[in-house]
Design a protein around this ligand. Sequence first.
Ligand SMILES: [Zn+2]
Length: 115
Amino acid sequence: MKYQGSCHCGKIAYEVEAQIESLLECNCSLCSRRGYLLFFVPKEQIQLTTPASDMSTYTFNKHVIKHHFCPTCGCAPLGFGSDSKGKEMAAVNARCIPDLNLNQFKINHYDGKAV
Ligand SMILES: [Zn+2]
């Protein structure tokens, strides 16, 4: 399935190809504040339809994940990082895909606070 996501004001928009089976809710210091509900795809399955330079970037802890957010409206629709094998991945915030009915997915809880 292809999904269209964006920040609230539309400065960051993307199209993502994904088979979403479940969503991840993490309790780390950032995810809990932002309220992310995430799914993950290889980076090549997500296409920004707005300039990457319009995104602001936040990193913390080991600074290996780039948490992108919109400098205008503050929404955080996606992030980029690598999985344990070094493959480039995108973490997509399902809350920024308006057509997605979030209630249909199983939510897996990840204990990021403990990591
Ligand atoms: Zn925005």
